[in-house]
Design a protein around this ligand. Structure first.
Ligand code: NDP
Length: 337
């Protein structure tokens, strides 16, 4: 049983040396348990938080323990009445080949309906995050302007497309011309701006002639700086993530912008609300699953995965995710299905 464990807590960007690959024996299930074989492992930005022991909404991974993570797995051996060998399940097995489960929290998947890996993206946690953050906090109204960065990623690509389904002008922000072309052609956004461009802030202002009504916050940093002066009265900001800061070891250079931020919130009477998807919205999962399955079925949602082969490639792929090297929802194929 190969496992990728946390070897050390990174300071700044993680390196491959912060992970260790170890071999352990495959565990044996007891009565009432199943042994799961990982087929797909989801890589997500929140895992950077689990590598750190700073106080957060979830406990850190302990040193020498396997990294945590959502997986799509198959039942390899079953001593549980509800599961049989070969069943596909959504699990939280972490960065390893095999894991035991007593069945609690496992969700059965039907590979005849959609590819099972979709349960880690469009039909799973990232899709749910986009849906609830945008619709429940962002409350987009027909004709309004939505801005979303990391717009070709797992969450952002869904925010962009749901925004279009709701009749909004969607201004996407992504890293590089290839991602921007994709956002325009496949996601159907109105404009896409490369955040690496010199005149990024000017381009954003031009793309939002009627200001910004919803800023779906995925990244923070210079994107937030450029958005701030463009926000309309009554604007909503679902604070989903701040990926530009996850590897930061100090506050950014330059003047303290807190006064400007609070002043804008006051004068523009804005709603700024953070959320942690399953902590806050688990009770609304079915609503999301129903809508998203239907949109997918009707061909209204485009979904892109980047599948990386082999568990031992997970650290490098994860490091790249924090630097914009992924293009679409990042998934590792751990075992053959
Ligand atoms: P993505 O698939 O979007 O991958 C991350 C992307 O972030 C990169 O591809 C890159 O895109 C972008 N990025 C990285 N660094 C920067 C930077 N410095 N400035 C601008 N963009 C950057 O990841 P997810 O869709 O899984 O996650 C998106 C966000 O949603 C994250 O902040 C994550 O933490 C958050 N999240 C929050 C949840 C919650 O419950 N609150 C649940 C799930 C996710 P590009 O090349 O286009 O810049």
């Amino acid at each position: 049983n190969r496992q990728l464990t946390l070897a050390s807590r990174p300071i700044g960007a993680p390196t491959v040396n912060d992970f260790a690959l170890q071999e352990t024996t495959i565990p044996e299930p007891k009565q009432g348990e199943v042994l799961l074989r990982t087929v797909f492992l989801s890589l997500d930005p929140y895992m950077r938080g689990r590598m750190s022991d700073a106080k957060s909404y979830a406990d850190p991974v302990a040193i020498s323990e396997p990294m945590v993570g959502g997986t799509v797995s198959r039942v390899h051996t079953s001593l549980h009445p509800d599961f049989k060998v070969g069943d596909w399940v959504l699990s939280y097995s972490g960065w390893q080949d095999y894991a035991l489960s007593n069945g609690e929290g496992l969700i059965k998947l039907d590979p005849a309906q959609v590819p099972p890996s979709y349960a880690l993206g469009v039909l799973g946690m990232p899709g749910f995050t986009a849906y609830m953050g945008l619709l429940d906090i962002g409350k987009p109204q027909h004709g309004e302007t939505i801005v979303v960065a990391a717009a070709t990623g797992a969450v952002g690509s869904m925010v962009a497309q749901i925004g279009k389904l709701k009749g909004c002008r969607v201004v996407a922000i992504a890293g590089g011309t290839e991602k921007c072309a994709y956002a325009l052609d496949k996601l159907g956004v109105d404009v896409c701006i490369d955040h690496k461009a010199e005149d990024f802030a000017e381009q954003l202002a031009k793309a939002c002639p009627k200001g910004i009504d919803v800023y779906y916050e995925n990244v923070g940093g210079k994107v937030l700086d450029a958005v701030l002066p463009l926000l309309n009265t009554g604007a909503r900001i679902p604070v989903c993530g701040l990926i530009s800061q996850y590897n930061a070891t100090a506050l950014p250079d330059g003047p303290d912008r807190l006064g400007q931020l609070m002043g804008t919130i006051l004068v523009k009477r804005m709603t700024v609300k953070g959320f942690i998807i399953f902590d806050d919205y688990a009770h609304r999962y079915n609503e999301f699953a129903q809508d998203m399955s239907q949109w997918l079925h009707e061909g209204k949602i485009h979904y892109r995965e980047q599948i990386v082969d082999e568990l031992d490639q997970a650290p490098q792929a994860f490091i790249g995710l924090l630097q914009g090297e992924n293009f679409g929802k990042l998934v590792v194929r751990v075992g053959a299905d």
